[in-house]
Design a protein around this ligand. Structure first.
Ligand code: SAM
Length: 237
Protein backbone atom coordinates (compact mmCIF):
# COMPACT_ATOMS: atom_id res chain seq x y z
CA UNK A 1 0.00 0.00 0.00
CA UNK A 2 1.55 3.31 -0.97
CA UNK A 3 -0.75 5.90 0.45
CA UNK A 4 -1.49 6.98 4.01
CA UNK A 5 -4.84 5.19 4.12
CA UNK A 6 -3.09 2.03 5.28
CA UNK A 7 -4.37 0.86 8.64
CA UNK A 8 -1.22 0.73 10.66
CA UNK A 9 2.25 2.17 10.63
CA UNK A 10 4.99 0.33 12.47
CA UNK A 11 6.64 2.21 15.30
CA UNK A 12 9.96 2.77 13.55
CA UNK A 13 11.50 3.96 16.81
CA UNK A 14 10.91 0.54 18.35
CA UNK A 15 11.94 -1.10 15.10
CA UNK A 16 15.12 0.92 14.65
CA UNK A 17 18.27 -1.11 14.32
CA UNK A 18 16.55 -4.38 13.65
CA UNK A 19 16.34 -4.23 9.92
CA UNK A 20 13.26 -5.88 8.56
CA UNK A 21 14.40 -9.42 7.94
CA UNK A 22 15.83 -11.69 10.65
CA UNK A 23 17.28 -14.05 8.04
CA UNK A 24 20.83 -13.37 6.86
CA UNK A 25 21.16 -12.91 3.12
CA UNK A 26 24.46 -12.50 1.31
CA UNK A 27 25.12 -9.01 0.01
CA UNK A 28 23.76 -8.40 -3.47
CA UNK A 29 25.29 -5.89 -5.82
CA UNK A 30 22.58 -4.33 -7.96
CA UNK A 31 24.38 -1.38 -9.53
CA UNK A 32 27.75 -2.88 -10.45
CA UNK A 33 29.21 -6.21 -11.51
CA UNK A 34 30.97 -8.27 -8.84
CA UNK A 35 33.79 -9.02 -11.26
CA UNK A 36 35.11 -5.59 -12.13
CA UNK A 37 37.33 -5.31 -15.22
CA UNK A 38 40.87 -4.31 -14.39
CA UNK A 39 41.24 -2.10 -17.45
CA UNK A 40 38.66 0.17 -15.70
CA UNK A 41 40.19 -0.27 -12.22
CA UNK A 42 40.39 3.49 -11.53
CA UNK A 43 36.66 3.98 -12.25
CA UNK A 44 35.46 1.33 -9.78
CA UNK A 45 33.01 2.70 -7.15
CA UNK A 46 34.57 3.12 -3.71
CA UNK A 47 31.36 2.76 -1.64
CA UNK A 48 30.15 -0.60 -0.35
CA UNK A 49 27.23 -0.91 -2.77
CA UNK A 50 24.93 -2.71 -0.29
CA UNK A 51 23.50 -1.96 3.19
CA UNK A 52 26.25 -2.27 5.77
CA UNK A 53 24.43 -3.23 8.98
CA UNK A 54 22.42 -6.14 7.56
CA UNK A 55 25.61 -7.77 6.30
CA UNK A 56 26.99 -8.48 9.79
CA UNK A 57 26.57 -12.17 10.43
CA UNK A 58 28.04 -15.05 12.33
CA UNK A 59 27.99 -18.40 10.59
CA UNK A 60 24.97 -17.38 8.53
CA UNK A 61 22.96 -15.80 11.36
CA UNK A 62 22.43 -12.06 11.48
CA UNK A 63 24.43 -10.44 14.27
CA UNK A 64 23.46 -6.88 15.11
CA UNK A 65 26.88 -5.99 16.43
CA UNK A 66 29.29 -4.14 14.19
CA UNK A 67 32.99 -5.02 13.97
CA UNK A 68 34.03 -2.42 16.55
CA UNK A 69 31.47 -3.71 19.05
CA UNK A 70 32.59 -7.27 18.27
CA UNK A 71 36.20 -6.31 19.00
CA UNK A 72 35.26 -4.61 22.28
CA UNK A 73 33.19 -7.63 23.40
CA UNK A 74 36.02 -9.94 22.38
CA UNK A 75 38.42 -8.13 24.70
CA UNK A 76 35.89 -7.93 27.51
CA UNK A 77 35.11 -11.67 27.28
CA UNK A 78 38.78 -12.61 27.27
CA UNK A 79 39.49 -10.46 30.32
CA UNK A 80 36.28 -11.16 32.26
CA UNK A 81 35.75 -14.84 31.41
CA UNK A 82 32.02 -14.91 32.27
CA UNK A 83 30.29 -18.11 33.43
CA UNK A 84 26.96 -16.69 32.19
CA UNK A 85 26.01 -14.17 29.52
CA UNK A 86 22.42 -12.94 29.58
CA UNK A 87 21.37 -10.92 26.56
CA UNK A 88 18.07 -9.05 26.64
CA UNK A 89 16.97 -8.92 22.99
CA UNK A 90 17.50 -11.99 20.79
CA UNK A 91 16.11 -11.09 17.35
CA UNK A 92 17.69 -13.61 14.96
CA UNK A 93 19.86 -15.10 17.73
CA UNK A 94 23.19 -14.61 15.93
CA UNK A 95 24.72 -12.82 18.89
CA UNK A 96 23.89 -15.72 21.23
CA UNK A 97 25.67 -18.21 18.98
CA UNK A 98 28.57 -15.77 18.55
CA UNK A 99 28.91 -15.27 22.34
CA UNK A 100 28.76 -19.04 22.87
CA UNK A 101 31.29 -19.83 20.15
CA UNK A 102 33.69 -17.10 21.22
CA UNK A 103 33.75 -18.12 24.88
CA UNK A 104 34.09 -21.75 23.84
CA UNK A 105 37.11 -20.88 21.66
CA UNK A 106 38.59 -19.03 24.63
CA UNK A 107 38.17 -22.11 26.80
CA UNK A 108 35.66 -20.29 29.02
CA UNK A 109 32.97 -22.46 30.59
CA UNK A 110 30.00 -20.23 29.81
CA UNK A 111 26.24 -20.53 29.30
CA UNK A 112 24.38 -17.98 27.20
CA UNK A 113 20.78 -17.03 27.94
CA UNK A 114 18.74 -15.00 25.45
CA UNK A 115 15.64 -13.16 26.63
CA UNK A 116 13.01 -11.74 24.29
CA UNK A 117 9.29 -11.02 24.34
CA UNK A 118 9.05 -12.35 20.78
CA UNK A 119 11.22 -15.36 20.07
CA UNK A 120 9.48 -16.09 16.77
CA UNK A 121 12.28 -14.43 14.76
CA UNK A 122 15.04 -16.52 16.31
CA UNK A 123 16.84 -18.41 13.56
CA UNK A 124 19.16 -20.64 15.63
CA UNK A 125 18.84 -24.24 14.40
CA UNK A 126 18.08 -26.81 17.13
CA UNK A 127 21.48 -28.43 16.48
CA UNK A 128 23.23 -25.17 17.49
CA UNK A 129 21.58 -24.74 20.90
CA UNK A 130 24.31 -26.31 23.05
CA UNK A 131 24.96 -24.04 26.06
CA UNK A 132 22.29 -21.61 24.84
CA UNK A 133 18.93 -21.14 26.57
CA UNK A 134 16.03 -18.97 25.45
CA UNK A 135 13.58 -17.32 27.86
CA UNK A 136 10.44 -15.60 26.73
CA UNK A 137 10.05 -12.52 28.94
CA UNK A 138 9.07 -8.88 28.66
CA UNK A 139 11.49 -6.31 30.10
CA UNK A 140 8.56 -3.99 30.80
CA UNK A 141 7.13 -6.65 33.14
CA UNK A 142 9.94 -7.33 35.62
CA UNK A 143 8.14 -10.33 37.11
CA UNK A 144 8.74 -12.20 33.86
CA UNK A 145 12.51 -11.81 34.32
CA UNK A 146 12.39 -13.71 37.60
CA UNK A 147 12.96 -17.01 35.79
CA UNK A 148 16.58 -15.82 35.48
CA UNK A 149 17.01 -15.99 39.24
CA UNK A 150 18.81 -19.16 40.20
CA UNK A 151 19.70 -19.78 36.54
CA UNK A 152 22.91 -17.76 36.39
CA UNK A 153 26.43 -18.55 37.52
CA UNK A 154 28.89 -15.72 38.14
CA UNK A 155 30.83 -13.86 36.78
CA UNK A 156 27.82 -12.61 34.81
CA UNK A 157 27.73 -10.37 31.76
CA UNK A 158 24.26 -8.88 31.27
CA UNK A 159 23.69 -7.06 27.97
CA UNK A 160 20.61 -4.91 27.43
CA UNK A 161 19.93 -4.97 23.71
CA UNK A 162 16.12 -4.84 24.09
CA UNK A 163 16.04 -1.19 25.16
CA UNK A 164 12.70 -1.45 26.94
CA UNK A 165 12.42 0.06 30.43
CA UNK A 166 16.21 -0.14 30.68
CA UNK A 167 16.64 1.71 33.96
CA UNK A 168 13.98 -0.32 35.76
CA UNK A 169 15.65 -3.47 34.43
CA UNK A 170 19.00 -2.09 35.62
CA UNK A 171 17.66 -1.48 39.14
CA UNK A 172 16.13 -4.97 39.20
CA UNK A 173 19.43 -6.47 38.04
CA UNK A 174 21.41 -4.57 40.67
CA UNK A 175 19.01 -5.72 43.39
CA UNK A 176 18.57 -9.33 42.32
CA UNK A 177 21.11 -10.54 39.81
CA UNK A 178 24.46 -8.77 39.74
CA UNK A 179 27.30 -9.70 42.07
CA UNK A 180 30.32 -7.53 42.68
CA UNK A 181 32.32 -7.18 39.43
CA UNK A 182 29.46 -8.35 37.16
CA UNK A 183 28.71 -6.26 34.07
CA UNK A 184 25.55 -4.50 32.90
CA UNK A 185 26.03 -3.25 29.33
CA UNK A 186 23.61 -0.90 27.59
CA UNK A 187 24.07 -1.31 23.85
CA UNK A 188 23.29 1.36 21.23
CA UNK A 189 21.08 3.73 23.17
CA UNK A 190 23.24 6.01 25.32
CA UNK A 191 24.14 8.45 22.48
CA UNK A 192 20.44 8.82 21.54
CA UNK A 193 19.32 9.31 25.13
CA UNK A 194 22.17 11.72 25.73
CA UNK A 195 21.11 13.72 22.69
CA UNK A 196 17.37 13.81 23.34
CA UNK A 197 17.08 13.55 27.16
CA UNK A 198 20.48 14.55 28.57
CA UNK A 199 19.21 15.77 31.94
CA UNK A 200 17.15 12.66 32.65
CA UNK A 201 19.92 10.35 31.46
CA UNK A 202 22.51 11.95 33.74
CA UNK A 203 20.06 11.91 36.64
CA UNK A 204 19.16 8.24 36.10
CA UNK A 205 22.80 7.16 35.80
CA UNK A 206 23.83 9.23 38.83
CA UNK A 207 21.16 7.49 40.90
CA UNK A 208 23.19 4.26 40.51
CA UNK A 209 26.47 5.84 41.67
CA UNK A 210 26.68 3.77 44.85
CA UNK A 211 26.14 0.45 43.10
CA UNK A 212 27.63 0.74 39.60
CA UNK A 213 30.69 2.32 38.01
CA UNK A 214 31.50 2.82 34.32
CA UNK A 215 34.39 0.68 33.07
CA UNK A 216 36.63 3.16 31.22
CA UNK A 217 38.52 0.42 29.38
CA UNK A 218 35.40 -0.47 27.38
CA UNK A 219 33.18 2.63 27.74
CA UNK A 220 34.80 4.38 24.77
CA UNK A 221 35.92 1.30 22.86
CA UNK A 222 33.12 1.18 20.28
CA UNK A 223 30.17 3.36 19.21
CA UNK A 224 27.60 0.66 20.02
CA UNK A 225 28.87 0.38 23.61
CA UNK A 226 29.46 4.14 23.95
CA UNK A 227 29.44 5.07 27.67
CA UNK A 228 27.22 2.10 28.44
CA UNK A 229 29.54 -0.41 30.12
CA UNK A 230 28.86 -0.63 33.86
CA UNK A 231 30.17 -2.82 36.65
CA UNK A 232 28.60 -3.74 39.98
CA UNK A 233 30.54 -2.39 42.92
CA UNK A 234 30.72 -4.13 46.27
CA UNK A 235 27.37 -4.26 48.07
CA UNK A 236 27.28 -1.91 51.06
CA UNK A 237 27.04 -3.08 54.59
C1 SAM B 1 18.33 -5.10 18.65
S1 SAM B 1 17.38 -6.57 18.70
C2 SAM B 1 18.48 -7.70 19.46
C3 SAM B 1 19.66 -8.02 18.60
C4 SAM B 1 20.63 -9.06 19.12
N1 SAM B 1 20.93 -8.89 20.52
C5 SAM B 1 21.94 -9.00 18.32
O1 SAM B 1 22.91 -8.41 18.78
O2 SAM B 1 21.96 -9.58 17.22
C6 SAM B 1 16.19 -6.18 19.91
C7 SAM B 1 15.24 -7.30 20.36
O3 SAM B 1 14.62 -6.83 21.56
C8 SAM B 1 13.34 -7.39 21.64
N2 SAM B 1 12.50 -6.60 22.56
C9 SAM B 1 11.93 -5.39 22.32
N3 SAM B 1 11.21 -5.00 23.38
C10 SAM B 1 11.33 -5.98 24.32
C11 SAM B 1 10.81 -6.17 25.62
N4 SAM B 1 9.98 -5.27 26.18
N5 SAM B 1 11.14 -7.28 26.31
C12 SAM B 1 11.95 -8.23 25.74
N6 SAM B 1 12.46 -8.10 24.50
C13 SAM B 1 12.16 -7.01 23.79
C14 SAM B 1 12.83 -7.39 20.21
O4 SAM B 1 11.82 -8.38 20.06
C15 SAM B 1 14.11 -7.67 19.42
O5 SAM B 1 14.19 -9.04 19.07
Amino acid sequence: MNDYSRENFLDLNAFRGLGEDPVYRSPELTDRPRDWPLDRWAEAPRDLGYPDFSRYQWRGLRLLKDPEAQAAFHDLLWEFRPRTIVELGVYSGGSLVWFRDLTRLMGVDCRVIGVDKDLSRCQIPASEMTDIALHEADCTDLGTLEKLLGDVAHPLLLVDDAHADTFNVMRWAVDHLLHEGDYFVIEDMIPYWHRYSPALLEQYLASFHEVLTMDMVYANASPQLDRGVFRRTAAKG
